[in-house]
Design a protein around this ligand. Structure first.
Ligand SMILES: [Zn+2]
Length: 509
């Protein structure tokens, strides 16, 4: 502030002094007499100033000419680079000017002009590591794929520009959908610059898509090391990856490693539902159902979830509904107020044919949280209690248009998944599936339930007296899972779940 004020004052003083000096020069009568050889000039002050300026220009020209002359003399006397050095300096100046113009053109979105300037700069400067950077970006901007590819390949030659070249080629391959080559290039780019955040993210995504879980975990630790990931997020994502690794190993039938990896995942993040389920299954296979109980109970206390209940039911596949109810009552102790617990107990009471208890467990849930599941359960309770068909149908009709309740939904694109997975099947985002409600107005259930309506109504009409026939009504919820159907092995349940793919529902909705 003070400094700029000072500059303004200095400027005003200078202008005033110049004006005053010029006035003096014009008004004064003094003259300058110059004798040169036999000539004699008489100069007025203003003329003297002009002559002085001309003399300065002449001296500058003379020095320049002398420089050229000296270069020529040196050239003649054997120094071959002397004259070219003189001209080179000039070339360099023009080259950098072309480079600057090219950057301007690039910034203003004129790709063609930028390419032309880059070519000129290359001719004058012969500095490919500089001009190729400009050419590559200009070619991308102008949509000249071939030239861009060529330039990226040229950039690979120089150590300083190799990373840019690899990244450029990688982005082109990604745009082409050639993910195998893109993955190889991403690995190269990552090796060159492990701290580069965007490269880490691209590599992680590609590794997840290629189901290279071990590699993805290494990339994840690099992200943690270079500070582009907080420790909490790293812990959760690493658990997700460990789990995916476990799933893959399971597919290959290597159950020991799978179990270990799944248990490891569970240790890192006890509230991660899929990890808990995997770990529990591992323990059951290993003949340690007590550990499976502990793992699932801990996870249920953190977050009640149908997948956990299904895994807990699978520990004792052959028990009677009454035994199962007794086991589950201990399992859910401490979370009785949770709506998931209440619906689970309702299902178990229905399976045990204790309808008054089922009604008590469900309570006012159909009113406070009218989801498709709670309303269908209410219909089943009414049916089992021997209520009018009209009442049962009333509940079912409401269930048809009620929200679906929480599901595995991608945070990124909103796709509904029947099963949890580390990568979204629609948008390929990593670790974005969350257990939550679909957005309001999403009637994803409608098609599914409408298709089953004749079944339900038919069941009601044809088996008025038989209380056993509550079971088919149960099936239409498709939510209760295996725990209320001890007669159905888990494999079959999986099939049921995969046949009504929510993706299709979303598309048709
Ligand atoms: Zn998605």
């Amino acid at each position: 502030m003070l400094w700029s004020l000072f500059k303004i004052i200095l400027f005003v003083v200078l202008v005033a002094a110049l004006a005053f000096g010029a006035g003096m020069l014009i008004e004064t009568d003094a003259a300058l007499r110059v004798a040169f050889g036999g000539w004699e000039f008489t100069l007025k002050p203003l003329q003297a100033v002009i002559v002085g300026a001309l003399l300065l220009v002449a001296v500058w020209l003379f020095i320049k000419l002398l420089g050229l002359l000296l270069a020529v003399i040196k050239f003649i006397s054997g120094d071959e680079t002397a004259i070219s050095r003189y001209f080179n300096r000039n070339r360099e100046r023009r080259g950098f000017k072309a480079l600057a113009d090219g950057m301007m053109a690039l910034a203003s979105g004129d790709g063609r002009e930028a390419i032309a300037k880059a070519t000129k700069a290359q001719r004058l400067l012969n500095r490919p590591e500089l001009t190729n950077l400009l050419t590559a970006q200009a070619a991308e901007l102008a949509g000249d794929r071939r030239k861009a590819t060529e330039t990226y390949k040229a950039l690979l030659q120089d150590d300083r520009t190799r990373f840019v070249g690899v990244r450029g080629l990688m982005k082109q391959k990604l745009a082409d959908g050639d993910k195998d080559t893109a993955l190889q290039l991403a690995k190269k780019a990552f090796a060159l610059k492990p701290a580069h955040e965007d490269t880490q993210d691209v590599l992680l995504r590609l590794q997840a898509e290629h189901a290279d879980w071990a590699g993805a975990r290494r990339t994840l630790s690099a992200k943690l090391k270079h500070g582009s990931l907080t420790r909490d997020v790293h812990k959760r994502r690493d658990a997700v990856l460990a789990l995916s690794e476990a799933k893959d190993v399971l597919d290959d039938g290597k159950s020991i490693e799978a179990r270990e990896a799944a248990i490891e995942a569970n240790r890192l993040s006890p509230d991660l539902i899929p990890a808990a389920v995997m770990a529990a299954r591992g323990y059951v296979e290993n003949g340690k159902p007590r550990y499976a109980n502990r793992v699932l109970k801990k996870a249920w206390a953190a977050r009640p979830h149908p997948d956990l209940a299904a895994a807990f039911a699978a520990i004792e596949p052959d028990e009677t509904p009454t035994q199962r109810l007794a086991r589950f009552t201990k399992f859910v102790a401490g979370t009785e107020g949770d709506s998931e617990t209440r619906m689970l107990l309702t299902e178990l009471h229905i399976a045990a044919e204790d309808f008054p208890a089922a009604r008590k467990a469900l309570g006012d849930l159909p009113e406070t949280e009218p989801t498709a599941r709670s309303l269908t359960l209410m219909a089943a309770v009414e049916r089992g209690s021997g209520s009018d068909d009209a009442v049962v149908r009333g509940w079912l009709a409401r269930a048809l248009t009620a929200p679906r309740g929480p599901q595995w939904i991608c945070d990124n694109c909103g796709t509904v998944h029947a099963e949890w997975g580390p990568v979204c099947s629609n948008c390929s985002a990593f670790d974005t599936l969350a257990w939550k409600e679909a957005p309001a107005g999403d009637l994803a259930l409608t098609n599914n339930a409408a298709g089953m309506l004749p079944l339900i109504v038919g069941a009601l009409e044809h088996h008025e007296e038989e209380i056993e026939e509550v079971e088919p009504v149960e099936v239409i919820t498709d939510e209760p899972g295996p725990e209320v159907r001890p007669d159905v092995p888990p494999e079959e349940v999986d099939e049921v779940e995969t046949t009504d793919t929510p993706e299709d529902e979303v598309k048709s909705a």
